[in-house]
Design a protein around this ligand. Structure first.
Ligand code: ATP
Ligand code: MG
Length: 225
């Protein structure tokens, strides 16, 4: 069991939904009104409970994980050309890449996959969001597709700080974040990659990462051919 401290200052309804989900999963939850109170509350927590995070997970994310756990992630697979889907995803993130001073490129030769277009966009979009967030201004994020003998592979490569072997082993875990200060400015609640993995596994594929610390990360989604 873990103890979670949820900050409800902006969105009490969201906090309530997150509390119900986490308690249902057997975790201890404290909901507080603001970030400072959350830190104090976290310090006061009984020592036998590990305070994992001060966070506000998106309810959509929690619902996706519940559905995946229950084997109830409903997919609507159809033929999709990655030459259409990947540029569309990149377009959706062009403005945020611009704001971050990051060059976003896409290289997607025609490749037909059978997948749920909404879920595949969600998975690639999560990777692109992370990549932009972790790439310093002046760097780049490359979205590309390639075909292997048994799979179509989508790569999202960035020129950010990369991940150590220890971090790579944890990065797809729920609620795991490398940055331990979890204010909302520095990002989300550490669910994005666990959802990416679930979504791709539901398609019969895999989600993996390779990285050289200091030389960026590449997240790869493999969809069976
Ligand atoms: N491209 C990347 N480069 C470096 N570190 C990354 C990258 N992508 C993810 N990480 C690390 O992995 C952690 C987990 O990522 P994940 O997407 O699961 O959660 P998040 O982005 O923190 O929150 P959320 O996705 O729920 O908004 C991040 O907090 C970050 O520390
Ligand atoms: Mg994320």
């Amino acid at each position: 069991m873990c103890a979670y401290v949820l900050v409800a200052e902006d969105d009490p309804k969201q906090a309530e939904l997150a509390r119900r989900y986490l308690e249902h999963e057997g975790h201890a939850v404290v909901v507080v009104g603001d970030g400072r109170a959350a830190l104090e509350e976290a310090r006061r927590n009984p020592p036998d409970l590990m305070v994992l995070d001060v966070m506000m997970p998106r309810v959509d994310d929690l619902q996706d994980l519940s559905a995946a756990d229950a084997g109830e992630l409903r997919l609507h697979p159809q033929p999709i050309d990655l030459a259409d889907l990947l540029p569309a995803v990149a377009d959706a993130f062009a403005a945020s890449a611009d704001r971050a001073g990051v060059t976003l490129t896409v290289h997607a030769p025609p490749a037909l996959v059978t997948a749920d277009p909404i879920r595949l966009r969600q998975a690639v979009g999560n990777l692109v969001t992370n990549a932009i967030r972790h790439t310093p201004a002046g760097g780049s994020v490359a979205v590309s597709a390639r075909t292997e003998s048994d799979a179509h592979v989508i790569d999202v490569a960035d020129t950010g700080p990369g991940l150590s072997a220890a971090e790579r082993a944890l990065v797809f875990e729920r609620f795991w974040r490398a940055e331990k200060s979890r204010s909302r400015q520095t990002g989300g609640s550490g669910l994005g990659l666990s959802i990416v993995r679930k979504l791709i596994e539901a398609h019969g594929g895999t989600a993996t990462v390779t990285s050289d610390p200091g030389a960026g990360s590449t997240f790869s989604l493999r969809l069976p051919r």
